[in-house]
Design a protein around this ligand. Structure first.
Ligand code: A3P
Length: 317
């Protein structure tokens, strides 16, 4: 509580939130209300932390930010980065990843703000779902490196659908996918609209190529070695020739694979916080699972929208 006061936690943030546009998600049976802060939607609790982060974060030039729209491979990216940066101390036999959920290995800026601030000045790795334009200004001013992971929008929607309904304990029969799709399509999703999120980072990366690294979930799956090597180089932990020869890259890929992580006790039965079970972050990890959910009409609608929003930048989702 003292730290919160020091951080400038004040009633006026709560007052400010009351003035924001609100949206109650009908497909979640009114169990979830989003607020529009700056240009994105999120939960009240998160927005409070975002405001504090924007006011108080003093990023260090060596901090690296792992950025993503939710359900785009954040957990996987955190695991890989953690394994890369700790590889001198740990390997697949004793890594903390065997007993700790990846989200608890690298903090989220807007969820674990105090932890993030405490680790600053320490070349810290921090994750965030914040849109580029809402990042605390000191991150931009310090020229911090950012890794942006993104994924096929249709798979993101399906993954989001399951996470959002599981978070409020709604079975599938009570949460029609068509309605969830419709809301997402209209931009009502946590940290949404999704396409604006991608566009924000993409535009920034055009001007700041050397500090924003775009990584596609599907590419990481298709060519893990090449992409993990590039990732390690980008974050300043390149593999040596000896390490490559010794198969260190492959061991890290195996340690962080869905098959391995999703079968660990901590990820099967643990809790990320009071509400969310760790297993929810390890659902299926199948490409094109969307084919089991989308009607032809939905495919056409979302394809047209993505083309309209992102066609010009030529990003294939
Ligand atoms: P599905 O819901 O399609 O299964 P995030 O980590 O951003 O919340 O994204 C979650 C998605 O990434 C889920 O997709 C999850 O199964 C998948 N995922 C989690 N860990 C993974 C891993 N180690 N490798 C590949 N995909 C993973």
């Amino acid at each position: 509580e003292a730290t919160r006061t020091q951080l400038g936690y004040a009633r006026d943030i709560e007052e400010m939130i009351k003035t924001l546009p609100q949206h109650t998600c009908s497909w979640l049976k009114g169990k979830s209300t989003l607020f529009k802060y700056q240009d994105f939607w999120s939960y009240e609790e998160i927005i409070k932390e975002v405001v504090l982060a924007q006011q108080s974060l003093k990023a260090h030039p060596t901090d690296v930010f792992l950025c993503s729209y939710p359900k785009s491979g954040t957990t996987w990216l955190k695991a890989l980065v953690f394994a890369i940066i700790t590889r001198e101390k740990f390997d697949e036999s004793n890594s903390p990843l065997l007993t700790t959920m990846p989200h608890n290995c690298i903090p989220f800026l807007e969820v674990e703000l105090e932890q993030t601030i405490a680790s600053q000045g320490n070349s810290s790795f921090v994750a965030t779902h914040l849109p580029y334009n809402s990042l605390p200004k000191s991150i931009l001013a310090s020229n911090c490196k950012m890794v942006y992971i993104y994924r096929n929008v249709k798979d993101v929607i399906v993954s989001y659908y399951h996470m959002a309904r599981e978070a409020v304990k709604l079975p599938m029969e009570d949460a029609p996918f068509e309605e969830a799709f419709d809301e997402f399509y209209h931009g009502f999703s946590v940290y949404g609209p999704h396409w604006d999120h991608i566009l924000g980072y993409w535009k920034a990366s055009m001007e700041r190529r050397e500090i924003i690294f775009f990584l596609k979930y599907e590419d990481l799956k298709k060519e893990p070695s090449i992409n993990v090597k590039k990732l390690a180089e980008f974050i300043g932990y390149p593999f040596t020739i000896e390490e490559e020869k010794a198969g260190v890259i492959e061991s890290i890929i195996k340690l962080c694979s869905f098959e391995n992580l999703s079968n660990l006790e901590v990820n099967k039965n643990g809790y990320a916080n009071e509400m969310i079970e760790n297993r929810l972050f390890f659902r299926k990890a199948k490409d094109e699972d969307w084919k089991n959910y989308f009607t032809d009409e939905m495919i056409e609608k979302i394809d047209n929208l993505i083309y309209e929003k992102l066609g010009a930048i030529g990003l294939v989702l």
